[in-house]
Structures are given as structure tokens and as C-alpha cells.
Design a protein around this ligand. Sequence first.
Ligand code: AMP
Ligand code: GLY
Length: 427
Amino acid sequence: MKILIVGGGGREHALAWRLKQSPRVTSLVCAPGNPGMTRIARCIPIKAEDIEGQVRLAKDERPHLVIIGPEAPLAMGLADELRKADIPVFGPSAKAAQLESSKGFSKDMMKACGVPTAEYGRFTEAAAAKAFLDRFEAPYVLKADGLASGKGVVIAQTREEADQAVDDMLAGQFGDASRELVIEEFMKGEEASFFAFSDGETAIALAGAQDHKAVGEGDTGPNTGGMGAYSPAPILDQAMQERVMAEVVDPIIKGMAERGMPYLGVLYVGLMISPEGNPRVVEFNCRFGDPECQVIMARLKGEILPLMLACATGTGLKDCKRPARFEDPAVCVVLAAEGYPAKPRTGTVIRGVDKAEALGDDITVFHAGTTMRGDDLVSAGGRVLGVTARGDTITDAVKRAYEAVDAIDWPEGFCRRDIAWRALGKA
Ligand code: AMP
Ligand code: GLY
């Protein structure tokens, strides 16, 4: 089978790496891919957001399945265009992707489907937004309605900051994305990510993970796309996963289908588990998390392709008797370029990736913001490498991941040294 993967980050590298191990996959094409992916796939330099270019490529290549990694092309309707051309695709339509691309839509759906989440309001006028803030106490949560590369959320510690954020956001701080605001109740608890697959009607649980969004150790400093992740997440035990399927995933999948927007692909449920132990939804994403995908793919035992095909081709998940199986815990430590997230320094030389990978089969270094300059691997983005390790225990996986990190020679890079601290505390 020929598979086309759209995207070129750590998430897409991890998907490509896992699919490459399937005996059914005879040809793997990635667009645009990255230097790590060129070792296992044919990479074509077409940007993920270049919808016309991606459709043209898919029509030329005629893959058996297209997997769309990032949210932007999904929100722009790439899956719709491919389905029009009769090309099987794993990923939701633009309408279904609104669960991520419009926070207001997403909250309205949660409310309509009875999914537990924070109380909220939607606003385009500053006066009404500020009046709504009166209902809450600090900290205040304000969100740009649209996609803002993970930066559209402001947690204001004082009322003055919150009022200022209302003005800034409505004045276009996040461009069109913040023409509308969602203001919501602050939820206390522990965050975790849960992933489920759906064919539009039936959903199955995949796995849980936790990531570290803050750039600094002890979860301090500005938020990033994620500085590391681990799976499984101790807080998402079997009983909690069953609750999340019953209270969140199943009602949303049913609600989307009933409204003529069946959701097909992976649903990423961002959760807050309350101190009393109840799951509530922080957000939905219409794709795998990154770096969460790296640890989930590292842990996966057996094949993921049949499940993706069942979602994409209408053979149906209800006929898939066997859900995905997972083994040992995995940890991913992100190596980022100095200056990240504000102003990452690009063009610096990275050595020793091969040394890190030579440490063992339990270690894989996934590429994200890298490029080749002659024979040198150089940084080309904020999050640059995802150093991913498996271990018999979470403690082992952490140790192996940092051994691999230490084998990489990149003075202009940095990582957090405390990835998985929460899980280690419970180990
Ligand atoms: P989001 O992009 O919606 O996931 O928000 C980014 C981050 O802000 C989340 O990962 C949470 O840490 C935090 N956050 C968002 N909404 C809330 C909320 N209602 N209560 C507490 N924290 C939140
Ligand atoms: N790691 C968080 C995300 O992918 O949105």
C-alpha cells in the first residue's frame, strides 16, 4: 500500500516511522516531510497548508490512504478536497475540524451534547465581555475563537489584566482569530490528553498522554507547543478512559453525526481532571498532539494502519474487533532552539543524532524544525528534535531519554530536565 502523510513535524515523523514498520506499507510519501523522514520516505517539498499543491500531489500519486497531520490544512478543507477526488483520507472535514478551529463552535457543541466543560460565553463586544467577567474570580480565562498556533489563550491573574486582554484581543492581537472571544471559568485540576479514533459513527479509545506546555522547568514561563510528553498518563487509568469515552467522546461523535458533520479521524481531548476526580474538557483538537503522538507511536504494539483504514474507507470501526495495543511507557524530551518560544535561533549545527539513536532500539529521535545545509543538520524552527525513549517503567524511559539527549551535541539547543515529573512522583 502507498501512504501519503501531510506535514513535516515530529508528529508526522513518528507516524511515518510507525507505518514504515508495517509489512503492508510498500511506499511512503511525505509532504513536505523533514530530514529525519527522508531516511524512511520519499519527501516532496509541498507545504502542508498548500491545499492546491497537496491535492495535485495526491491525484498524481493516488495513495491508498492520506493521513493529514496538522490542524491548518484540516481547517482549510484538505480532507474535503481529497474525498471529492475519491482518495481515502484519515482526518476530519473542515466542518468537523471546527471542534478545534472555532473555540465558540466547540463550546456550543459540548453544551448541546451535555459534555462536562467550563462555563463560558462568546463575545465580539468589549463591554459585554467585561460584564461577563464579573461572574468569575481570578484567574480569568480568555480565548481567541480561531486558530492561533496554540497562542490564543490568555490566563489573566488580575481583573485589570483580563480587561486589557479583552481590548487587545478584540483589537486584533491574534488577527482574525480573536475577532470573537470565548471567556470561561477557570478549572482547577490536573491536565491530561486523551486520543480516540472515529469513523464518523463509532469511536474507539486509543491512549492517554500528558505533555508539558510551559517552556521552563517546574512548568514555569510562557507556553509552547509542548516541551515533552509521556504515555501512559497515570491519571488516565482504565476506569477514567472509560468515563471519558462515555461522557465526552461518544456524545460528541453522535452530536456531530446528527448535525451532518460526521467526525472522522483522531479526536484529541484536552482534559482537566478535577481534584474530586471528574473529567472536564479544556479543548478538542482535530489531530494528534505533538509531542504526544511521538510517545504514543513509540509505545504502539502491532499495527495502527488497519484502524486508520477502517476510519477512512468506511469499512467501519465497529467491525474492528481488536483495538490498538500498547506496551512499555515512553517519554519524549523536546530539544528546542535557544530563544524559543519568542525568537528561536535558526541555522545552528546539530551533531550526534546518530550517536543518540545508536544507544538502542528503545530510542528514536524524531525531527521537527530541522533542515540540511550541505552535509550539516541545522536548526530551522523552535522545537527541533523529539528525543523519544521506551522503558520497562516510566523511570527507565526518562533515564534513557536523557541519556540520548546527552549524546546530542548542540550547544545552541536546550531542553527541560524535568519531563514526566508528575508521573515519576506517582511511580
Ligand atoms: P487551550 O488552547 O484551550 O488548550 O488552552 C491552553 C492552556 O490553557 C491549557 O492547556 C490549559 O493549561 C489552560 N486552560 C485553558 N482553558 C482553561 C480553563 N478553562 N481552566 C484552566 N486552565 C485552562
Ligand atoms: N502538545 C499540544 C498540542 O499538540 O496541541
